[in-house]
Design a protein around this ligand. Structure first.
Ligand SMILES: Cc1cc2nc3c(=O)[nH]c(=O)nc-3n(C[C@H](O)[C@H](O)[C@H](O)COP(=O)(O)OP(=O)(O)OC[C@H]3O[C@@H](n4cnc5c(N)ncnc54)[C@H](O)[C@@H]3O)c2cc1C
Length: 337
């Protein structure tokens, strides 16, 4: 099978799931890394090291900033002439748009958020979540090429081999852009939960420590938020020690404790870390759909009957304000931090 893997990056920083897609493509046959942008030498080198048989690079000032029109036009033209069987993307906001546009251009289907791909019997069968993750569907795409965006951390990342190298093949650029990027500003979505190997999440329980004495002059709501911020400081410290990210339930977000970009669940992010530590989260179904594919779930909750414990491999019944700092200290010692 001939596979193209689109290497998604922002200003040269590659989305790690691009390399996971490359490993998947390699396991199916020959794999070409497709790289767009300007100044692509470092990414080209990395693509060879991660196992690309060839690198197809559109290295051009017109592609410095991602814009859907020139990127889609360039990729669709390339795919039309090279006829790959499969085009893989890591699932990101950019690639959802790009994959959809080339799906239209190439008159084929797009499978998003795929986390299993079976290539037996001369057919590609993809497994992906639908209905907010309540049901997993197995889908066959009858169009060619098959276009799929893969979920981050669902497929193994290949080992980089620094001994491998090569020269990129130049791709002709279609630069008829309708938009121009005038600049960037940091946004809440800078929190990258999708790629995190460890997530420590807080829920409404992080505000529940009546013994904390707030500064004078705060009203009731401000006291609640202040208490929650003390709770999230503990959660952040644990996440930092473990090299992880901070997540949250919707109750914590709606309560104004933490920005929406941290929300995990049906109306937040779907995450698949190796370790998910839920602190003061009850385990409502809308939260579970966002984290139930974590490899290992640990729950800390005062209420022994909280539904989150059904999802957890390890559960601690107790006050997070005691357990989280104790865990942080234990991990600091264990990890020599
Ligand atoms: C359409 C829709 C979409 C939704 N989308 C999402 C979503 O994307 N993500 C999401 O999370 N929710 C979502 N929700 C909301 C969801 O139904 C729950 O209301 C929410 O997940 C509850 O958050 P929580 O567990 O933090 O709060 P609660 O349910 O109030 O639970 C707080 C928990 O903290 C424990 N606790 C309290 N104090 C402590 C302490 N000191 N130490 C330890 N434990 C303590 C309590 O025992 C309790 O179990 C959605 C709801 C709807 C209707």
């Amino acid at each position: 099978m001939k596979t193209f893997v689109y290497v998604d990056h922002f200003k040269g920083e590659v989305q790690p799931a691009s390399w996971e897609a490359l490993g998947l493509g390699k396991s199916l046959g020959s794999v070409s890394a497709v790289v767009f942008g300007s100044g692509l030498d470092a990414i080209t080198k990395a693509a060879f090291e991660y196992g690309a048989d060839e690198v197809l690079a559109a290295d051009d000032a017109a592609l410095t900033d991602f814009r859907a029109e020139p990127y889609a036009a360039t990729l669709a033209a390339l795919a039309s002439s090279a006829s790959p069987d499969l085009i893989l993307f890591p699932t990101t906001a950019r690639t959802r748009e790009l994959a959809a546009m080339i799906g239209v251009d190439l008159n084929t289907g797009v499978l998003t958020d795929v986390f299993e791909l079976d290539a037996s019997d001369n057919q590609l069968v993809a497994t992906r979540p639908i209905y907010e993750g309540k049901v997993l569907e197995k889908v066959v795409c009858s169009g060619k090429p098959v276009i799929a965006t893969i979920r981050a951390r669902a497929f193994p990342k290949p080992e980089a081999d620094s001994g491998k190298s090569g020269t990129a093949t130049k791709v002709e650029v279609k630069s008829d852009a309708l938009t121009e990027v005038k600049g960037y500003s940091a946004s809440e979505s800078a929190v990258n939960l999708g790629d995190a190997g460890v997530i420590v999440s807080g829920g409404r329980g992080v505000s529940n420590n009546p013994s904390l004495q707030p500064p004078a002059g705060l009203d009731e709501k401000q006291v609640e938020i202040w208490r929650a911020q003390q709770g999230f400081a503990l959660i952040t410290e644990l996440a930092n020690v473990l090299g992880g990210a901070v997540g949250a339930s919707r109750a914590a977000v709606d309560g104004g404790y933490i920005p929406y970009s941290h929300q995990v669940g049906q109306t937040g992010k779907v995450v698949t870390p190796d370790l998910y530590i839920a602190c003061g989260i009850s385990g409502a179904i809308q939260h579970l759909v966002g984290m139930r594919n974590a490899k290992l779930v640990v729950a800390i909750n005062k209420d022994a009957d909280a539904p989150i414990f059904k999802q957890a491999r390890y559960g601690v019944v107790g006050d997070l304000f005691q357990i989280v700092p104790a865990l942080t200290e234990a991990f600091k010692k264990k990890l020599g931090k």
